[in-house]
Structure formats: C-alpha cells, structure tokens
Design a binder for this molecule. Structure first.
Ligand SMILES: C[S@@+](CC[C@H](N)C(=O)[O-])C[C@H]1O[C@@H](n2cnc3c(N)ncnc32)[C@H](O)[C@@H]1O
Length: 307
C-alpha cells in the first residue's frame, strides 16, 4: 500500500481508520519533513493509542476522533487537505476491539451482546436485533455476511426458539445456541467456527458498515487533490462488491445513451482504477496476521474533474 501512496513533497495524507496506529506509524516514517498526516478513528481508545504511538512525530501528525464519513469537515477543522493520499482500512475492527468484552464482538470472549463501535451512535445493539428481528430477518442478515441460505435459516430458527425461553444477552450464550443448531457434519467440515458469519452479520448491521463505507468513499473522493490516491482495504464479499460497484460508477464518465450525438448528462470521470483486480495480501502478510487473509486492496486515483 505504501508504494501506491508514494509520499513525496509537501503533501497531506489521511489514515481514515487508524486503529492503534500500526499503519499510520509506517506511513509517518516515510513522510518527507514538510508533509502532514491526519489520523482518524471513531473509537476513543484507538485515538489515544495512535496519539501515543505517533507522539515522536510532533505536529507532523494530527490524530482526531471522528468518522471518515466526515473527513472533509474534520480535515478543514485542523487545516489539512486536500490530500495526496487517503487510506481507508474498512476492516471495521482492530484486534484490540475484537478482544474487548465491552464491545461484545467475539463469540469466544464473553461479554454483553453490544457490538456498537461508537457508544453515541443511534440505533439498535446486537442484543436488540437478536430480541426483535423475525427469524426471516435474522436469516437475511446472516446471508449478507456470506452464510449459506440453509445454515442461515437453521441458525435463525434456533435463535427464535432459544429466546422464547430466556433472553439472549451474552456473546458466548448466543455462540452456544448457534453451535447446537449447526449439525455435527457441518462442524467437522467447516474451517470456521459456525458463529463466525452470524456474528459478522450482526456486527455489520449494528454498525451500518456498508452504507458508512459508501459514504466514506464519497467523502474521500471529495477530499483528494487531482492525482491523489485512495487506497482501500475491503474484507468480505458484500464489501468487495460495494467497493467495486462504487469505484466503477465513479470512474464512469458520461452515462448518456450511446446513440446521443452530444453528451447531455455532463458527468465526468472522478476516479481512475489503478488495479483492474484488487490485490490479495502477500503470503507473508497472511502469516503475520491471519485476519488479513480475506483483505483486498483497491487503489483509485482522483482525476481533475469537479464533483
Ligand atoms: C482494522 S482496524 C484498523 C487498523 C489500522 N489500519 C492499524 O494499522 O492499526 C479498523 C479501525 O476502523 C475504525 N473505524 C470503523 N469505522 C470507522 C469510521 N466510520 N470512521 C473512522 N474509523 C472507523 C475502528 O474503530 C478500528 O479502529
């Protein structure tokens, strides 16, 4: 990813989901002395950790709490932008967050079924969804996360039966219901824990991951200078598809019917895709971090067209 950003000169860069700042630190180490880096995260602990990690870079790096959906305003607030390079690691959660019992994201760490990354964010928690959605709606959420229709139905019906006898409020309690619902043959065959996709579906719905990412891409495009690059990491099927669809739409210019002699829509291409096919991680990256195995890197370059 660093090679696509190629930091040089007095440019501004943004790491829009900096987590605990591992990537931001590597980027900061490559920055020329007069370049600046803005790091964003919606999670207070992530912001504190990145602030500590980047302290030695002084004013060259600014760490701000906020959502990348608001990148243009947040950047203007600290006098940064337009950017020569923007990174969105759409992984949504860091390892530290997954292991936190307060967030309730992991089926193997006991905690309240919460899953809200930002406690201020309106909308239901995972516990609310489990208590109120119909079996049909739950199955649809699990399918969105890549679960097969049959297993999604099986798991959703088991949840419906279990919640009739006691409220499902804890992560491991839900994981047990799911394990019991999925037959032994599936368990033997499956490489993943059977709760992986149902938990991912709940997490995606609670945090509105796909609509947020779509708005984040638009915000990033607005914040790039002509020739600036957006490097985006997506992690699962519907996320890969959303990034592909959105980047193709932004790359496409005129949408007039081909038989129209003169363009009437006035649309211009805002982006150029530098990689036709998004890049998978190198084997050594997967060895170092197993959760990187499904990541795909998309690289998009801003044109000079006005939005
Ligand atoms: C996979 S981690 C990023 C790890 C980071 N690249 C690193 O090197 O440490 C994803 C981060 O995205 C943050 N995040 C999720 N949604 C966000 C949003 N809408 N705006 C900003 N940050 C967000 C999470 O809080 C989490 O810290």
């Amino acid at each position: 990813m660093l090679s696509f950003l190629a930091p040089a000169g007095r440019d501004h860069f943004a790491d829009c989901s900096c987590g605990h700042g591992h990537f931001s630190e590597r980027l900061a180490q490559c920055l020329p002395a007069d370049a600046r880096l803005l790091c964003l995260d919606i999670d207070a602990e992530a912001v504190a950790a990145t602030t500590r990690r980047l302290a030695r870079f002084g004013e060259q790096c600014v760490v701000v709490r906020g959502s990348y959906v608001d990148l243009p305003d947040l950047a203007a607030g600290v006098g940064l932008g337009p950017f020569g390079g923007i990174v969105i690691d759409a992984g949504c959660f860091s390892r530290e967050q997954i292991m936190s019992p307060d967030l309730g994201l992991s089926f193997s760490v006991d905690g309240e079924l919460n899953m809200k990354l930002d406690p201020q964010q309106p909308g239901p928690t995972a516990r609310d969804l489990i208590a109120t959605l119909s079996a049909r709606e739950l199955a649809a959420l699990f399918r969105e996360a890549g679960e097969s229709p049959r297993t999604a139905r099986l798991v959703a019906s088991a949840i419906e039966r279990a919640r009739a006898s006691e409220p499902l409020t804890r992560t491991v309690q839900l994981a047990r219901v799911i394990e019991q619902a999925v037959d032994a043959a599936h368990l033997r065959r499956g490489e993943r824990h059977p709760a992986t996709r149902p938990f991912a579906g709940l997490r995606q719905a609670v945090n509105r991951e796909l609509p947020t990412l779509e708005q984040g891409i638009e915000a990033a495009v607005r914040s790039l200078r002509p020739g600036g690059r957006l490097c985006l990491l997506s992690y699962y099927g519907t996320e890969h598809a959303l990034v592909r669809r959105k980047s193709r739409a932004l790359e496409r210019g005129c949408i007039c019917p081909p038989d129209l002699p003169v363009c009437g829509c006035g649309r211009q291409s805002l982006l150029r895709r530098l990689l036709r096919d998004p890049l998978p991680p190198a084997p050594r990256e997967v060895r170092a971090n197993d959760s990187a195995r499904s990541a795909r890197l998309h690289v998009l370059e801003r044109t000079a067209a006005l939005m």
